[in-house]
Design a protein around this ligand. Sequence first.
Ligand SMILES: Nc1ncnc2c1ncn2[C@@H]1O[C@H](COP(=O)(O)OP(=O)(O)O)[C@@H](O)[C@H]1O
Ligand SMILES: C=C(OP(=O)(O)O)C(=O)O
Ligand SMILES: [K+]
Ligand SMILES: [Mg+2]
Length: 563
Amino acid sequence: MHVTNLLLEEPIRMASILEPPKNNLSAMTKIVGTLGPKSRSVDVISGCLKAGMSVARFDFSWGDAEYHQETLENLKTSVKSTKKLCAVMLDTVGPELQVVNKSEKSIALKAESLVVLTPDQGQEATSDLLPINYDGLAKTMIRKKDDNLDVPLYPSTVVFVVPMWLCCPKLHDSVQAVKKGDTIFLGQYLFTGSETTSVWLEVSEVKEVDVVCTVKNAAVLSGSLFTLHVSQIHIDLPTLTDKDKEVISTWGVRNDIDFLSLSYTRHAEDVRQAREFLSTLGQLSQTQIFAKIENIEGLTHFDEILEEADGIILSRGNLGIDLPPEKVFLFQKAALYKCNMAGKPAVVTRVVDSMTDNLRPTRAEATDVANAVLDGTDAILLGAETLRGLYPIETISTVRRICAEAEKVFNQDLYFKKTSKYVGEPMSHLESIASSAVRAAIKTKASVIIVFTSTGKAARLIAKYRPTMPVISVVVPRLITNQLKWTFTGAFEARQSLIVRNLFPMLADPRHPADSTSGSNETVLKVAVEHGKAAGVIKSHDRVVVCQKVGDSSVVKIIELEE
Ligand SMILES: Nc1ncnc2c1ncn2[C@@H]1O[C@H](COP(=O)(O)OP(=O)(O)O)[C@@H](O)[C@H]1O
Ligand SMILES: C=C(OP(=O)(O)O)C(=O)O
Ligand SMILES: [K+]
Ligand SMILES: [Mg+2]
């Protein structure tokens, strides 16, 4: 009986494991780096770009707009000098529960002692009292009935134990307060990757607006900000807060952000509202929304969120607290499968926490990165490792090398079949052309696929079939008008492909508008081939598969290069 290995391409040769790794091996999986204290100088950012970062994330959970602007100016300088493209992602604060420690003095919590969580933010944080930015922990609030909650939509293969308030429609009229015995997670874990600075609390008593908790493990909280994670209740704060809106409409607009990472997305409606907001902000109507799934509430509405969003971030740090540990892998596999089949980019977080302080990942972490690639992720997001870690550049290189090795053995054949079967027949014209381009490239051992695209759709469809070779997406600008002025499109589309596995964008010169009827297509193609040669992915005499429009029809052609 012929058995096909689910993940690895066959034949599996043990000897290949011993082949020396190529250090400069570029990966098709993308790397998102969070920029912060340890990664904001031109030198370090340039190093990050050369090491393989193609999206820079700015996390507004901490730091003000001015701080992030300085970092962004340095990113722009680095992009110019390294000639490496980089997209910009703004990560919102959202309904994140926070303890602000104004004095920044460290706070020692003893096991079995009591600590009070209070919404009175005028108070100073101490080991007896922790002020938080939310007044809904202790009280039951009446709120509008939310229809979305009535239909728990689980990924079909995943069975979870869902908290009572989520499954029982009758409870939806009110937001539940925490109650005796509930657990609350508090700490810096989410930022630092270090377990010793975080603490589990158990609710002992709810006293008017305060929540009295028993400390379950000793910890020393240090820094200016700790996040709280309460799984049992719905946090009645908007997903896009007023502060987020203000940051997006100032910092975001000023910098033409490519991606909005929508923290704590819990419903499809969250994405719709964010989209509506962006549409009022000129150019930002082109910004893509990546829904960050970080709790069970978001997981329960995964399918409808995926339908609305442009991409998904699997926020494993927070979700890892909400889910029992034995369920985390299942969420990853189910969510990545759904994103892949929808042809929407997926991003996995929290892979090499230990590299925040160390030059080498643990074996578990290294294997985890490779498994994320085999499971189908488009990108890996680094948080604390690049933000405040000691080795931001080395971390990116390490992750890139692991991704590249995993891609080499990715079972493309099986993946291709699975994807075509899922789409079914009849396939749309464009998708059948895109998948044929991938098939042709593999059969003819082409070194790259070159796709002409203006909206980016054709390129994304090719990437959906995960070819074994890079895809150069030649974004051809279109001249558009809003009746006040003429502008070229293309910049957003090109940068937004920097988060899609396989895609390497190139912006075509608008002076050669490749209108499929003219010979200028040929000129643009020549430039693309030169670009591929300069990037080292095309050599003389290579075969190249091209997907473009000739006249009215989309065609796939195979060309043999001479020089
Ligand atoms: N400027 C262009 N010149 C030649 N072919 C193009 C151009 N733009 C798109 N194509 C090709 O046209 C086909 C359909 O494109 P379309 O649906 O417009 O894609 P996209 O939305 O990516 O521009 C694809 O085969 C694509 O490669
Ligand atoms: C990326 C994550 O969160 P944060 O935005 O807190 O870094 C995460 O929880 O995985
Ligand atoms: K955030
Ligand atoms: Mg988080």
